[in-house]
Design a protein around this ligand. Structure first.
Ligand code: SD4
Length: 329
């Protein structure tokens, strides 16, 4: 007899089979699909926005000497985190609506190991705390007070991250805001950075102070593995910038990687993910989202909802900014 429980089991099995056949191409199938004679561009590092140039430089110092992609991604984004003139990441980040700078970050290596921190305060380099979560705990994500306590136990220093400039900007915002968080262009400067090292291993890092003037306690996509960042060493890596809520809704970075697994180029996969964001939102006003991606061949790509998103690339022969293609002007 078909009981309800059996029916649910069967349906679940059916869905799993469909999933396995349509999306989760096995490593063997994937290798058959790809052209193994293709020349791999490595090492390579790519990262979001103009601040990516300085971050890539630090990553390149490691990659060009045969260092690991994991060390490279951490060193790269630390440059942006420690830059007081960058108002979206680490030190100097714009605070939430109550005046607190709260940080989100995550890191992932070529073995699918990952670590993250969210809603972390007073620590300049959250990416290094995320790496410690990955390497020295059994957990993936620590948040708030617990994350800070862990960081201090590991020897990180407490630092006031609210610079005079960010404080002034927040005070000005308070005058005109009616305490309403607003998303606009000034909020889109997270650094996401992806690297492929000489050994052919991929890693990624993503770090941000999040949406400026957000609600106290808000966490975005940047520390969420699969949303702000995803790495699968069989296929490629992706990361996101822009309105985190929209990225989480489509499991953005994981989707980009799965699309590459199914044969799309990094550019095509980022474009498809952006189109999903567009499809799932009735109101696109101020909804900027951008993805960048890197595959196992060292091929790169990026795409955004609105014009204006760019990313930095560093290889043996290239060190420049690339304007991403976009859905809308
Ligand atoms: C967030 N995705 O917290 C981040 C913000 C961002 O570029 O990317 N800014 O939603």
């Amino acid at each position: 007899m078909k009981t309800r429980r059996n029916f649910i089991k069967l349906t679940a099995l059916g869905s799993a089979a469909v999933l396995a056949s349509s999306c989760l191409t096995s490593e063997k199938e994937y290798k058959e699909k790809i052209n193994t004679s293709k020349k791999v561009i490595k090492p390579i590092v790519i990262s979001t926005w103009n601040h990516g140039l300085a971050a890539n430089k630090a990553s390149w110092n490691i990659l060009s000497k045969g260092g690991s992609s994991l060390d490279a991604v951490e060193a790269g984004v630390k440059v942006t985190e420690s830059d007081p003139n960058n108002s979206s990441v680490g030190l100097g980040g714009l605070p939430d609506r109550d005046g607190f700078v709260t940080l989100d970050a995550c890191i992932m290596n070529h073995e699918n190991e990952c670590g993250a921190v969210a809603f972390l305060q007073d620590i300049e380099n959250p990416i290094s705390v995320a790496r410690k979560v990955m390497e020295e705990t059994q957990h993936v994500l620590l948040v708030g007070e617990g994350a800070k306590q862990f960081a201090i136990e590991k020897g990180f220093k407490e630092t006031n991250l609210l610079t005079e400039n960010s404080k002034k900007a927040w005070e000005k915002w308070k005058e005109r805001s009616k305490y309403q968080p607003i998303i606009n262009s000034e909020n889109h400067d997270t650094i996401g950075l992806l690297a492929l090292d000489e050994k052919g291993n991929l890693s990624g890092a993503c770090t941000t102070s999040g949406m400026a003037y957000k609600l106290h306690g808000r966490v975005g996509d940047s520390p969420i593995i699969g949303a702000g960042l995803f790495v699968d060493n069989e296929v490629g890596a992706a990361c996101a910038t822009g309105m985190g809520e929209a990225v989480i809704r489509i499991a953005g970075s994981a989707i980009v990687v799965e699309l590459m697994r199914n044969g799309m180029s990094p550019n095509e996969a980022c474009k498809e993910a952006v189109e999903r964001v567009v499809k799932k939102h009735k109101d696109l006003s101020n909804l900027q989202v951008g993805f960048i991606a890197l595959n196992k061949y060292g091929e790169k790509g990026g795409h955004s909802v609105y014009k204006g998103f760019n990313y930095a690339v560093h290889t043996k022969t290239q060190n420049e900014m690339i304007d991403a293609k976009f859905y809308k002007k």
